[in-house]
Structures are given as C-alpha cells and as structure tokens.
Design a protein around this ligand. Structure first.
Ligand SMILES: [Zn+2]
Ligand SMILES: [Zn+2]
Length: 416
C-alpha cells in the first residue's frame, strides 16, 4: 500500500514560504492498494493529485473518494480536480448519510452559479454519490470501515486495509469529554500500520479552542499508544502554525511516541514498513461487497419476509407502535398503510417505541426516513421513545433529531 500526502493543512490553505515544508494545501491523501485508487478528502490538495493522475500510466480513470465531512477544507478542491473533467472517467464519492441533507447536494452546492462558473453536472466524468453509515465495505483491493468522530456537524474517520497494511485516517476530531466515547476512534486505529490524525492544536492552546472539533499532538500520542499503531502521523496542521513550530511539537511528540512523523507536502510512504504476513481486519468487521457504484438506500418492496404486524396502542391523541424486531420491517408500503389504517382522525402523532432495539444500522435509518416521509405526506408526526444511548448517538449525527421528536419515556410522548 502506498500513501501520499497532497494536502496536510487544516481549515484554509496557507501559501506562505514559512509553511511550505509541511505544506499549504488542505486535506487530501492518496492511497494506492494494488490497482485501487482511494482518495481521502478533497481539500485543495486534490488539485495537484488530479493533474498528476492525468499523466499517470497506472491511473485507469477510476477512483473512490472518501470525504470525512463537508467543511470547505475537505471539499474545496473538487471543482479543480482535472480527471473529473475527462469523459469516461468514473468516481464514486463517499460521505456520511444525513437525514436532512444529501451528499450530492452538499457538493453540487459549492459549485452553484453564485460560487463557481461550472456546475457539477457539467463535469463530463461519471460521478456517483454513496452515503454511508458506520459500516465496512469492500472496494477493489481494499476494505474500508467508517466510524463517526466528534466534530461540529459530524465527521467520519476511515480505516483502510488491504492484504498488506492498515491505515487509519481520523482528521477533524476532538476527544470526547466522556473519554469512553473515543472507542470508535480506537476501533479505527487498532493495530494500524499508520494512524493519520488531527493535531491542529497544541495542548497549550487547546483550552481556548475547546469545542472546535480538533485535537492536539498529545491526544494523537495517547491514541497511538492505546491502539498499538506502528506509526503516528500528525495531520491537519493549524493554518497559523509555521514549519518551525510544527518541528517543535513533532519533537515533543517523538519523546512520547518515537515513531511519529508530521504529514508534509508530497510525503510518500510505502506500507507496511516491515513485512507482514497476514492482514488484520477489525475483529467484528463484516465486509459488504459493493457491486455497483450506487447503493439505493431502503427503497422498494418489503423483502424482509417477516410476519410482524404493527400493534397500535391508543393513548389519547397519540398512536403508539411497538418496536419491530428489525427496523427494515418498517420499510414497506403495507406497513405504512397498516399504521395509517389504525390512526383515528384525532390522532396526529405516531410514536415508535424503540425499547426492544439495541442498535440501528443503515437499513434501519433508511426505513425510519421512509416512515417519516409517509406520515409527513398525511400531515402526521413521527416521534420516538425509549431510545437507547447508542441509537440516539446515531440519530444525532445523522441529524434525525432535528426532524423527529425523541422522548425519554412513553408518558412524555403521550403528552401533546
Ligand atoms: Zn478540517
Ligand atoms: Zn471540519
């Protein structure tokens, strides 16, 4: 596996001589695994990657782009990505599913006529948009696992593995105040050959920036040690940090974790650094092969085959529906009609009691969205109660909680 850094800077490009050694372009990392091209983030660094690919005989016109999130420093290079303007080229852009905004809209928006003269739809290459939840997928020679990080508006970290090496990419992340929530980051980083991690702040200036969604070199060292990574790479350098200053805290980090580097302009790493005989996937990874470029989420007929029927329970103006054993059972017109048929004219709220559910996956999120839409069309409200903390976390990050009311208890949900 080969890893090359095209953009290392956080927040905004820094085209200053004093920042050139570590680099002035914003986040973009190229990964080559066999014949598979992965691009992690599309900050301004993707511009130079793009024109390098134009003359690369090994580039076959196809690549997979994974966006951590949609802040400018992670998407701003897309309009200048030359291979996107070549007919016949094909790119799949992956990013987090959010219930109130589409990945496609987020990227088309930055190329709206107010901001840019060329529309994304005018890019002649074939571009597919794939929305992910926390999951593990196989793409070409790679397995990619996504996990949510702690960042304003949410961000994804990715773990990329091929048969030889593992790279964890965790930029734009602030340690949770409740440290056990950092478990997801540790899952991504576990035993990785290389951990590329947000080191925007120093421990000294972190306090003044608490809540901004970034970590320090010391946080990186802690994760690297705890997760047993081989090499730590400090990334997403603060735009106000000159090269000499990065040198200083790199030195401090090395005292605590000797195998630390700082991402620098066009740095290229060949992994593994030492021979490794067997790949080490996540212990519970369940790769989902993706045959086509686009996954349609949670649509179509009910294929669950289950015989579960919604049991309605009237409480005044509210209809309660007990949670099904599997949320994908909500994903059928038959189910939606059954719910609607149980509603009395005075009832405007349908409450799904989630007590029996311990987790939610992408199919479940899609099913909830479809039920929400079916009820909304009739002017009805969907609400949830008895939601576990784990599910609530996913609903928060996918912005579901901005459109669906979540009540602590059935009693609270029954009050209108
Ligand atoms: Zn950023
Ligand atoms: Zn950000």
């Amino acid at each position: 596996m080969r890893v090359k850094f095209w953009g290392t800077r956080g927040s905004i490009p820094t085209p200053e001589p004093t920042a050139m050694r570590y680099g002035g372009d914003t986040s973009c990392v190229e990964i080559r695994a066999g014949s598979t091209l992965l691009i992690l983030d599309a900050g301004t660094g993707i511009r130079k990657l793009g024109y390098t690919l134009m003359s690369d005989p090994f580039f076959k016109g196809k690549g997979y782009i994974f966006l951590s999130h949609f802040h400018w420093d992670h998407i701003q290079g897309i309009p200048f990505f030359q291979p996107g303007f070549v007919p016949g080229n094909e790119f799949s852009i992956h990013g987090a599913f959010k219930v109130d905004s589409r990945l496609e809209d987020a990227l088309r928006g930055q190329m709206g006529s107010l901001y840019f003269p060329v529309k994304m739809s005018d890019m002649p290459s074939s571009v597919h948009f794939i929305e992910l939840l926390e999951e593990t997928i196989t793409l070409g020679d790679c397995i990619v696992t996504s996990r949510f990080l702690n960042h304003p508006q949410g961000a994804f970290g990715y773990r990329v593995e091929d048969e030889n090496a593992v790279v964890a990419y965790a930029t734009d992340n602030e340690p949770w105040p409740d440290r056990h929530k950092d478990q997801k980051l540790h899952e991504l980083a576990q035993d990785a050959d290389l951990l590329i991690m947000d080191a925007q702040f120093t421990p000294e200036d972190y306090e003044a920036h608490r809540g901004w969604g970034h970590s320090t070199w010391r946080d990186c060292v802690e994760v690297a040690k705890a997760a047993g990574v081989k090499m730590l790479c400090l990334f997403h350098h603060d735009p106000y940090r000159e090269d000499d200053v990065i040198d200083q805290y790199l030195e401090l980090a090395r005292r605590e974790f000797p195998n630390t580097i700082a991402a620098s302009r066009e740095l290229t790493l060949e992994l593994p650094m030492e021979d490794r005989l067997t790949p080490r996937p996540l212990p519970d990874a369940k790769p989902v092969p993706r045959s086509g470029p686009i996954e349609k989420r949670a649509e179509g007929p009910d294929t669950s085959g289950g015989s579960w029927k919604p049991e309605g329970r009237d409480v005044g103006a509210v209809l309660f529906i007990g949670s099904p054993p599997n949320l994908s059972l909500l994903n059928s017109r038959v189910f939606h009609e059954a719910v609607l048929s149980k509603l009395k004219p005075s009832q405007r709220r349908v409450v799904l009691d989630m007590e029996a559910l311990a987790y939610i996956d992408s199919a479940g999120i899609g099913s909830l969205a479809l039920l929400f839409e079916a009820l909304k069309k009739k002017g009805l409200e969907l609400a949830l109660c008895n939601v576990s903390k784990a599910i609530l976390g996913v609903l928060d990050i996918t912005r579901f909680t901005t459109i669906i009311k979540v009540f602590n208890s059935a009693d609270d949900a029954a009050r209108i």
